[in-house]
Design a protein around this ligand. Structure first.
Ligand SMILES: Cc1cc2nc3c(=O)[nH]c(=O)nc-3n(C[C@H](O)[C@H](O)[C@H](O)COP(=O)(O)OP(=O)(O)OC[C@H]3O[C@@H](n4cnc5c(N)ncnc54)[C@H](O)[C@@H]3O)c2cc1C
Length: 289
């Protein structure tokens, strides 16, 4: 199908971009275009104006400090893949992003675009949710720092205002020695996940689990955290009996819908399997490659 007609602007400052969004009802930000352009081609979006943010300064950097990670909204998937510092600064983030789409799409798609698009099967919203990230957005009313838990409202829906632009995402520090794993199942590598599970936790000197995080993509309207499973794990020693209970609880906690890709019951079972697999891998090696 042909794309609908729209105007195009490529402002050189954030202020100008925000003004264009507020002055033009139905205007949309254009970043990597890898989700928006297919939507236009299918006429599932009909914006009056595209505000291209490619010239906005300072949004294409990954900064690492003792306070954690700051990832600019225009950082592309391939930058994350190629950044050798991330192997220690945030291995889970880098590993999850390796699962995003195909080579060509990873050259264009961006962190901010994926967060704003809010596909419940996408890796970036999932990693933001499981890592308790802050999402920074700027609009006419100034800067807002939005917790990932409050950012994703429903499938393809966020708490962003129409005039707001995501500028960066902030990750809490990642302690060395943290155990982690990510597993997803997709029909072909690079496809959106049917479901995926990220787990991480620390092991104290007493050998028990502390600060367990378990996040799921593809099994709800938004990326989710499995609070009940986290509570089950915290303060326990990880053994096969605990993994079995976590697997069962994870599966029981989610309530995914059926769609053309998979039945809800299949996704429920998959979440349990991936949780068990993730816990075993995290415990034994701290990394899954
Ligand atoms: C064939 C194919 C397979 C894919 N597979 C996967 C996959 O496996 N996993 C995955 O996660 N993704 C996948 N994607 C999506 C891809 O990762 C996109 O790049 C990403 O979802 C959107 O990023 P973008 O920069 O291209 O955003 P765009 O397409 O430019 O924009 C997407 C939406 O976000 C808004 N937006 C963009 N930037 C901002 C900003 N800074 N502030 C506010 N709003 C903004 C736009 O207005 C639009 O509504 C796939 C895409 C395709 C075409």
């Amino acid at each position: 199908m042909k794309m609908p007609q729209f105007d195009y602007a490529c402002p050189s400052s954030l202020e100008e971009a925000i003004q264009l969004l507020s002055d033009n009802e139905g205007a949309k930000v254009l970043s990597g275009g890898q989700s928006l352009l297919p939507l236009l081609a299918f006429r599932m979006a009909q914006p009056t104006l595209l505000v291209d943010i490619q010239k906005l300064a300072g949004m294409d950097r990954i900064e690492i400090s003792a306070d954690g990670l700051r990832v600019g909204a225009r950082v592309r998937w391939c930058q994350i893949e190629d950044d050798k510092r991330l192997a220690t600064a945030h291995p889970l983030f880098q590993f999850m992003i390796n699962h995003v789409a195909h080579y060509q799409i990873r050259n264009r798609g961006t962190v901010g675009g994926s967060l704003a698009h809010a596909d419940p099967s996408a890796e970036m919203p999932g990693v933001a949710r499981v890592c308790d990230c802050d999402i920074v957005a700027v609009g006419n009313a100034g800067e807002r720092v939005i917790k990932a838990a409050d950012f994703f409202v429903a499938a393809l829906e966020t708490s962003l205002q129409e005039d707001e632009i995501i500028t960066e995402v902030r990750f809490p520090p990642w302690p060395s020695g943290r155990r982690w794993a990510f597993h997803e199942f997709a029909r072909r590598r690079g496809d959106f996940a049917i479901a995926g599970v990220a787990v991480f936790f620390d092991i104290g000197s007493d050998g028990v689990i502390a600060d367990a995080h378990v996040g799921v993509i593809g099994a709800g309207d938004t990326p989710i955290r499995l609070d009940a499973v986290e509570q089950l794990l915290n303060g326990q020693r990880l053994d096969e009996e605990l993994i079995g209970r976590a697997r069962h609880l994870a599966s029981e906690t989610v309530d995914p819908q059926s769609d053309i890709h998979a039945a809800g019951d299949y996704r429920k079972s998959l979440v349990g399997t991936l949780t068990a697999r993730g816990l075993r891998d995290a415990a034994s090696s701290g990394a899954v490659k």
